[in-house]
Design a protein around this ligand. Structure first.
Ligand SMILES: Cc1cc2nc3c(=O)[nH]c(=O)nc-3n(C[C@H](O)[C@H](O)[C@H](O)COP(=O)(O)OP(=O)(O)OC[C@H]3O[C@@H](n4cnc5c(N)ncnc54)[C@H](O)[C@@H]3O)c2cc1C
Length: 517
């Protein structure tokens, strides 16, 4: 056991383990600790979107091997109007399915395996951690073995607190966690061997008893039931009650209840995600009701945003002051996701029959308007992963790529006929990509060396097999290729730092380099 690490992660839940896997792959010296002896088995996250899958691939998970169920649609039903809204989730986004369900313990085990495989992540379970001193130059932590009470102090250059919604690190730093806690409890039931298969997610928005229902890997199905005032957790955890609740769908005798739990949901956001050398990520930074399936996904966005920045500071490729961009970028976006979940919550659990009649009727009526129909059906209600302020060059660009947005992902084909996702081909580095041009030749030696000194490299992307013969690289497959003669500068988390036409690169690149110093 060493007494000093580059990064210590507190909390080995899915967000902490994703952070460990990302940092491990970047070669950072990491310790991750969790007070629990093993992965949590409670029924929690079940749905992930294309953005989460993209980040999981960055964490080293083989997407083709992930055990997921592709969800083709999400339905909203009312006892008065029948189906009043539907989201279509069949079309892939960024080469990935826009909505899948998964089994959280398996995902966490996959992330732990990836962190382990990196060779630079040490894991300690059954150990709780506390921040003792925190300054701009580093952190002193106290570790305590849960079983023996034995304590030891260690140092870290950075700490990432992924210690969940009740984060003791957040509290010890005095960070406000404002928002609301809902007054209703929800029972979650995961069952195996359900004889009646389902393919889609359906929210039964009955004010008498709202109930989301969905399929999951391994032949599982999940139901969630809202409790009313006066109904108790003890009563709802009993088999007799679960049998009664499941009656409209299946016979309790034919299924195996695998997991059950009662939760209360919250919508809260930390004031800041950073104090000196300590960062909050995942539920420690934001909690949301699960109606948009975005709690864990937001946490994954956090770690993708932060991991490469920490590595760059540790390598002296980025000034430590640039780390303030983490809160600047992630907080407003996490807030938008909480708002989306609250909006969907209004539809899913209207307070009474009168409100249900109004809200569902309005949704059905407004949904008949083609514009609204398209926005909802194509899932455009979900805020884009795009930032207004942060570590990128906020300049008007004549190209189709907006700085502060995430780069779309394409399927690429090499001259040898290999087919790969662009994220895999681009790798995890700072990258200057020329579309049908060679960006390496567009800059002089001095600029090239400055870019490379930051860990940057160059890449030529072709829009067709014909142009590939000219620039000798991978070509974009399919219909939505970017236009020729644009250059983009990309962060390792696929965010666009800046973009310009080929002839402006020499003028723009020094400004981008300036962002890092
Ligand atoms: C019913 C339900 C359904 C959900 N559905 C979805 C969904 O479909 N999609 C989605 O994206 N999200 C969903 N979520 C949210 C998702 O489950 C959470 O956002 C996610 O699990 C949070 O992960 P985390 O790693 O941030 O925190 P946690 O999983 O809570 O992990 C925190 C870890 O920190 C450890 N810890 C705490 N304090 C210390 C300490 N001092 N020292 C050492 N270790 C410590 C804990 O033991 C724990 O292992 C759902 C949540 C619920 C409850």
């Amino acid at each position: 056991m060493k007494s000093s690490y580059e990064v210590v992660i507190i909390g080995a839940g899915p967000v902490g383990m994703a952070m460990a896997a990302l940092l491990g792959r970047l070669g950072v010296d990491v310790l991750i600790v969790d007070r629990l002896a093993a992965i949590q088995m409670d029924p929690r996250a079940i749905a992930l979107d294309n953005e989460a899958l993209r980040i999981l691939a960055m964490c080293g998970l083989a997407l083709d091997d992930l055990d997921v169920v592709h969800i083709p649609a999400v339905n909203y039903f009312s006892p008065i109007y029948g189906r009043f809204a539907r989201m279509n989730t069949t079309e892939s986004v960024d080469t990935l399915p826009p909505l899948v369900t998964f089994f959280q313990p398996d995902l966490e085990a996959g992330l732990a395996a990836s962190a382990h495989a990196s060779g630079s992540v040490a894991v300690r379970r059954g150990v709780s951690a506390q921040v003792i001193e925190n300054s701009a130059s580093g952190v002193l932590l106290r570790l305590k073995e849960v079983d023996t009470g034995v304590e030891e102090d260690i140092k870290a250059r950075f700490v990432v607190a992924c210690d969940g919604a009740a984060s003791s690190v957040r509290q010890s730093l005095g960070i406000d966690f404002s928002g609301i806690s809902y007054s209703q409890d929800w029972l979650i039931v995961d069952a195996l061997n359900v004889p009646e298969p389902v393919e889609e997610i359906t929210f039964y928005c009955d004010p008498e008893r709202p109930a989301p229902h969905m399929p999951a890997p391994g032949g599982r199905q999940r139901w969630e039931f809202m409790l009313h005032p006066g109904e108790t957790q003890e009563e709802f955890m009993r088999d007799a009650k679960i049998k009664e609740l499941l009656k409209p769908w299946t016979s309790f005798e034919n299924i195996t209840v695998e997991r059950k739990a009662v939760y209360r949901f919250h919508a809260r956001l930390a004031d800041t995600f950073q104090v000196d050398s300590v960062f909050l990520a995942g539920d420690a930074a934001h909690v949301t009701p699960p109606f948009a399936g975005q709690g864990l996904v937001s946490g994954l966005r956090d770690v993708a945003n932060l991991a490469w920045k920490l590595r760059a500071v540790l390598n002296s490729d980025l000034s430590a002051s640039a780390l303030s961009s983490y809160t600047q970028e992630r907080k407003p976006h996490a807030k938008k996701m909480i708002r989306l979940a609250q909006f969907l919550g209004e539809m899913i659990m209207p307070a009474n029959r009168l409100k249900a009649t109004f809200v569902h009727g309005l949704a059905k009526f407004v949904g008949l308007l083609p514009v609204v129909h398209r926005v909802f059906t194509d899932m455009k209600v979900k805020p884009q992963n795009r930032y207004d302020d942060g570590l990128f060059l906020k300049a008007r660009s004549k190209t189709e790529f907006v700085a502060g947005a995430h780069l779309p992902q394409w399927w690429l084909r090499s001259g040898q006929g290999d087919r790969q996702r662009s994220d895999v081909v681009f790798g995890d580095c700072l990258l200057c990509v020329g579309v049908d041009c060679d960006p390496n030749r567009l800059v002089d030696d001095e600029l090239r060396e400055q870019w490379q000194a930051l860990g940057g490299s160059f890449f030529s992307l072709s829009t067709s097999e014909a142009t590939r013969d000219l620039v000798g690289s991978w070509s974009v497959e399919g219909g939505n290729s970017p236009s020729s003669n644009q250059v983009l500068m990309l962060r390792p988390d696929r965010l666009i730092l800046a973009s310009c036409d080929a002839k402006s690169l020499r003028r723009l690149m020094p400004k981008v380099i300036q962002l890092f110093v």
